[in-house]
Structure formats: C-alpha cells, structure tokens
Ligand binder design. Structure first.
Ligand code: PEP
Ligand code: MN
Length: 341
C-alpha cells in the first residue's frame, strides 16, 4: 500500500501511529500525486485502506498491484486436498489442526510402503509420502522405482485411509503422478523449473511446493503464482531448509518465514524437518518448533527399518519415534477408517 499525506502532516507522528496499528513504513522517494507519501512494508499487518483514510494527515491510500494476485486471493481460504479414495475423507491445510504427512524417503518395495502406511495411519497421519522418482545429487545413487512405485504407494495409502503426496520430477511424469497422488510435490531443486510448474499446475490438483534451497520468499511466492496461474487448485508451501553455512545441521530451517506465511500472508505452510536438518535426533525438537511457529503440518521421513533405507537413512525416524512425536503434538486421525474391500 502507498499512503499519501497532506502537506501539513506530521510524518513522524503518523508513522508512529501506523506502527501502532502494525504497519511498518518507508518514506516514498519523490512525491505521489504531488504529496509526500509512505510505502507500507510487505511484512506489515493487512489493514483495510478505508480505516487508514480516517487518520488525520492521511490524504489517500492506494493498494499497489501485487506480483502474485492468485496467491493473495487464496489468503485465509481453505486449502483442501482430497484424500483416501476408499473413504473420501478430505484434508484441509488451512485449518487449526496441523496435518501429519509421513513415510519413507523412497518407495523401495510394495512390502516396505504397505508397512509404512500402516505405521503412519496408526500414528494419526493423514497422508503417506514416498518418492517414486528421486532427485539425487550423485548419478550413481538410487533414483527410485519409478511408475510401479506410484501404484504401490496409492494402494498402500488406500488400504489405510491415507492420502498420497509424492514428487513430480519431470514433465514426462506429470500425468502418471497426477493419476495416483492427491498432492503433487515439487522438489526443492525444481522450484524454479517453470515449465514443470506449469505442467503440474495444468493437472488442476493441489501442489506441495518445496522451497528452493537458495530461494527468497519472493521467488517462492512467484513459483506458487506459476502453479496457480496454470490451474493448480491450491498451493501448500513447504519449508525444508535453505543453504546455511553449518554442516552438522545441513540446512537452515527458516521458521521466521513459516510464521510470516501463516500469520501474516495467511497461506497454508508445512515444514519438512527431515530434509532441513538431515539427522533423526533433531526431528522432534524441530517439529515442536515448527508447530509453535504456525506450521499447518509436517512432512516427515519415517522408515519401517531405517538401517536398510536406500536413501536418506540418517534422517529417517523409526515407527516408535513417529508414534511419540505424533502423540506429543496431538496428531490424531479424525476417524478410524476401515479399509474397503
Ligand atoms: C523429498 O521430499 O523427497 C525431497 C527430495 O526433498 P527436497 O526436494 O526438499 O530435497
Ligand atoms: Mn529424502
């Protein structure tokens, strides 16, 4: 917003008054409509322009064009992800109750993902995660089981009343993933792969948009705008840590931005502590912190037998640790779903 002032306005008094209302301002360089003016900082509270026009010394208030109108339009609205085809339950990432999504880094076998689904459902999770197509730093690492894994993931989720979240790695996979997943994940490495964002958006489903590891908040919001402009029904932001400089904690989990997205921008936002910190002993404290900061949910790597994990074993928590975490943070499934024949 831009606030123009009358010629006799006491600028510092007005700024202090606006600050009291939660609006932080910068002086506008030059004049607007021949008047001195203030620009409201993006992290300020949202306030109606009408209420500001009443303040003595304020001449007019202009709402500036947003770079991401579709994201703004979603503020405070439900972010619904339909899940569990067998039970037709839905998950809303904008509600007061945080949503637990958990499962292994990679779908390794049918047995492994069925075992994981049972554990996740028992802990009160609502969505099953697991990569069928894995982005790996080394070309020699395990890259996932591909399309067959999508089918196992869907069946395992359906057998336990869960939804499916899984990564789309390339435009060539969009259709196959969209047929089986409820929430299409864009990985950190692809956050600015605009062709992929548009292809995924065109599927018309909700998108889990992971933050690029060197992406600013504005880059992230613009990536969400690409998905929504192409047709995505919702975008759930996922903070998974950005590049820092300390190796023992791998990435820097930016909880300030989580709080900003939830409380100021009113966007659905979840936290992935697993990829942020890269070690299982810190998943519980970071999960507590994420929920306290306002996260609408958590995306957690859990492996039924993590010593055998083919990717990210060091960060995978055990079934018992997932239970303990879910109990402490009061993740409870709303109803107990019996699998359909
Ligand atoms: C993942 O969630 O499986 C993953 C690869 O995460 P990221 O894109 O955050 O590295
Ligand atoms: Mn992983």
């Amino acid at each position: 917003m831009l606030i123009t002032l009358t010629a006799d306005a006491n600028i510092s008094e007005i700024r202090a008054r606006l600050q009291g209302l939660g609006l932080w301002t910068q002086t506008f360089h030059g004049e607007h409509s021949g008047r001195p003016a203030l620009v409201v900082e993006g992290f300020s509270k949202k306030i109606s322009p009408e209420s500001l026009r009443e303040i003595a010394g304020v001449a007019d208030v202009f709402v500036l064009d947003s770079q991401h109108p579709r994201v703004d339009e979603k503020a405070g609205r439900p972010a619904i992800v339909a899940t569990a085809r067998t039970t037709a339950t839905t998950v809303d990432f904008s509600g007061d109750r945080p949503i637990l999504m958990a499962g292994p880094c990679s779908v390794e076998s049918e047995e492994q993902i069925f075992a994981a689904a049972e554990i996740v459902a028992r802990a009160g999770g609502r969505m099953l995660r697991g990569g069928a197509f894995k982005p790996r730093t080394s070309p020699y690492s395990f890259h996932g089981r591909g399309e067959p894994a999508l089918g196992w993931l869907r069946d395992a989720a359906d057998a336990h009343g869960l939804g499916v979240v899984t990564e789309v790695m390339s435009e060539a996979n969009v259709e196959a993933v969209a047929q089986r997943a409820d929430l299409l994940q864009i990985g950190s490495r692809n956050m600015q792969n605009f062709a992929l964002l548009r292809a995924v958006g065109k599927a018309g489903k909700p998108v889990l948009l992971k933050r690029g590891m060197a992406a600013t908040l504005d880059d992230w919001l613009m990536a969400a705008e690409h998905c929504l402009a192409a047709g995505a029904s919702a975008v759930v932001f996922c903070e998974r840590g950005i590049r820092g400089f300390d190796t023992p904690t791998r990435n820097l989990l930016d909880l300030a931005t989580v709080a900003l997205l939830r409380h100021v921008y009113r966007q659905p936002v979840v936290v992935d502590p697993s990829h942020a910190v890269g070690r299982r002993d810190l998943i519980l404290p970071l999960s507590r912190a994420a929920i306290a900061a306002g996260a609408n949910g958590l995306l957690i790597e859990m492996h039924p037998t993590s010593t055998h994990a083919q990717s990210d074993g060091a960060q995978a928590i055990s079934p018992a640790e997932l239970d303990a975490l879910a109990n402490e943070l009061a993740f409870t499934a709303p109803t107990v779903h019996a699998p359909q024949p």
